[in-house]
Design a protein around this ligand. Structure first.
Ligand SMILES: O=C(O)COP(=O)(O)O
Ligand SMILES: [Mg+2]
Length: 230
């Protein structure tokens, strides 16, 4: 990894872009919604970094992790349904209010489109959260396809969402690049046979992205577009 210039990017026809930690800095939304849920359950607030480290494997996993700070496995399951309902309500009520677009995102998507690449967004965020957020940030029109973490039977790091996009676009996985901030994106891409680029600024479970097996690390989506267009 980390030597993207040695690979040929000719023949890449589509890009699958991750959402949380790649296009949008959503950690502050997660922070607010999780702590409102915790207040409903009479639990104390968690630091934003603690919550951010639990982001990446979808809402159910996030709920179990933030409950496990206080509860053992049996009590986590006991409180899970109420916590999930509370969290969903709070998240939807603030979705995007505390989030910001990362630098180079809009420019990168424009550059990828100008190069003729088709674009899909594949996120582990529930689709009911992802679509309003893409609308609010003005990113939705860039994407022909959006799959959330609950759109298909399995989510990243399973290759199914990426393979589904390849099929939707009638492209071979080798013609498609996934771009994301975490090991979930890289593992899904490797398993699907897609190329993968990582961005270093997102949420990789609190771990360095440099330990993840990818085809390179790009500072921004615009750098990814320039690499693929080169
Ligand atoms: O919501 C999550 O768990 C992570 O979502 P992502 O796949 O867009 O990074
Ligand atoms: Mg992500």
């Amino acid at each position: 990894m980390n030597a993207p210039e040695r690979l040929s990017w000719h023949g890449i026809r589509a890009a699958i872009i991750d959402l949380d930690g790649t296009m949008i800095h959503t950690a502050p939304d997660f922070h607010v919604a999780v702590n409102r849920m915790r207040a409903d359950l009479a639990l104390g607030p968690l630091h934003i970094d603690t919550i951010t480290h639990f982001v990446g494997k979808g809402t159910e996993n996030l709920m179990r992790r933030v409950l496990a700070v206080d509860y053992g496995p049996e009590d986590v399951e006991l409180h899970f349904p109420v916590a999930l309902a509370s969290y969903q309500r709070h998240y939807l009520s603030i979705n995007g209010d505390y989030s910001t677009l990362y630098p180079g995102v809009r420019e990168g998507l424009q550059a990828l489109q100008a190069k003729g690449l088709r674009l899909a967004c594949v996120t582990n965020k529930p689709i009911a959260f992802a679509l309003p957020l893409l609308d609010k940030t003005g990113l939705r029109p860039f994407f022909e396809i959006v799959y959330g973490g609950d759109s298909l039977p399995r989510k990243k790091p399973d290759p199914l969402p990426l393979l589904t996009v390849c099929r939707d676009f009638s492209l071979a996985p080798g013609q498609v690049v996934a771009i994301g901030d975490s090991s979930n994106d890289a593992e899904a891409a490797r398993a699907a046979g897609c190329r993968v680029l990582n961005v270093p600024y997102g949420y990789n479970h609190g771990e360095s992205i440099h330990h993840v097996d990818s085809d390179g690390i790009v500072p921004t989506l615009l750098d990814a577009a320039q690499l693929i267009s080169a």
